[in-house]
Design a protein around this ligand. Structure first.
Ligand code: NI
Length: 167
């Protein structure tokens, strides 16, 4: 079976602004999509890719912070502590980086690609990526957190991306 071809949706695509639905069960079809998403993410040199970014309105994402790919389904962040500042980019908003302040350490519950309930506590880049991708599942993007000067700086770029979506 060949993997489904996926296209990364860009800023202005309505898929990026909707709340995704919980996954009931990961079956062979969804698993094939997950594998394809991992490939797409690696090709794009990203560290995370959420389902709505490829037009699938379900609560899961893939990530790889350098320790091998991981699939997170139905994430629920149960604990947050500390605060850290780090610049974030997004495969759906090329050439835009926003200085983001987020909790440094998180605990979460999720399901893995084999439908097993998992728990994890993490910090650093992994915690960062999980929070960024979980935002995607709720239709939230890094530009929503932009400061006044950042908004000003990227106004033209975002307009351009939006206009492309309407073509
Ligand atoms: Ni993103």
């Amino acid at each position: 079976m060949s993997l489904p071809e996926l296209k990364i949706r860009l800023y202005g695509d309505p898929c990026l602004r909707k709340k995704c639905a919980a996954v009931k069960e990961v079956g062979p079809g969804v698993r094939a999509v997950m594998n394809s998403m991992i490939e797409t993410m690696h090709q794009a040199k990203g560290v995370g890719l959420a389902a709505p970014q490829v037009g699938i309105m379900e609560r899961f994402f893939v990530l790889d912070v350098g320790e091998g790919p991981m699939v997170i389904v139905n994430p629920k962040i149960t604990k947050r502590s500390g605060m850290a500042a780090l610049e974030e980019g997004c495969l759906s908003i090329p050439e835009v980086t926003i200085m983001m302040h987020r909790p440094e350490k998180i605990s979460l519950q999720y399901m893995d690609e084999d439908n097993r309930m998992m728990k994890m506590t993490c910090d650093g880049l992994l915690a960062r990526v999980i929070q960024h991708e979980t935002d995607h599942l709720n239709g939230k993007l890094i530009v929503d957190y932009a400061s006044g000067p950042e908004r000003e700086k990227y106004r033209g770029k975002l307009k351009e991306l939006e206009a492309k979506q309407k073509e």
